[in-house]
Design a binder for this molecule. Structure first.
Ligand SMILES: O=c1ccn([C@H]2C[C@H](O)[C@@H](COP(=O)(O)OP(=O)(O)OP(=O)(O)O)O2)c(=O)[nH]1
Ligand SMILES: [Mg+2]
Length: 146
């Protein structure tokens, strides 16, 4: 399978570019371009120092890092964040500290989230009066029990 080429622009020369930590990883780690201190319950929009141009038919999704989530309760408010193929602005990460007691200290250069590049489809929304029947029907939101 050929790898899609993503053009990347450094907006902050002092920072490493996003990279895959291991062969086979789906997510490339995004670095924080700034220091921040998040009090319990606080959120902050953090710059990554990079902008990208994705090929048509692709999107990139900003996912939390599970280590930060498990150790510190730090995740993303909008997980996963969607980076559109046409977006040329700086990628930003909206972190939230869900820990009840401990503030979270983020340092410039820390790996704070990961970017997953994926092929995406665009749908045509065709309006109809009635939808076709299905086995599930309209049951949702816990209809199958706990
Ligand atoms: O975690 C994220 C999510 C989004 N974006 C950028 C890329 C994306 O293409 C753009 C818009 O994102 P989205 O459509 O999710 O936000 P919106 O609130 O709908 O803004 P807009 O009105 O600009 O579409 O913001 C990020 O940098 N980080
Ligand atoms: Mg939008």
């Amino acid at each position: 399978m050929s790898e899609p080429e993503v053009l990347i622009q450094r907006l902050d020369p002092g920072l490493p570019l996003p990279r895959y930590a291991h062969q086979g990883d789906a997510g490339a780690d995004l670095h924080a371009a700034e220091d921040a201190e998040l009090a319990p319950g606080e959120r902050a929009v953090i710059r990554t120092g990079v902008a990208i141009a994705l090929p048509e038919g692709y999107a990139a999704f900003v996912h939390p890092r599970s280590g930060l989530a498990a150790r510190h309760g730090v995740t993303l408010v909008n997980a996963p964040g969607t980076v559109d193929a046409g977006y040329r602005g700086e990628i930003k990460v909206t972190l939230i500290n869900t820990d009840a007691k401990e503030p979270f200290l983020l340092r410039r250069g820390d790996r704070m989230a990961q970017l997953v590049v994926q092929r995406v489809e665009r749908a045509v929304f065709r309006e109809v009066g009635e939808l076709p029947e299905s086995v599930r029907g309209t049951g949702g939101h816990g209809s199958t029990g706990r």
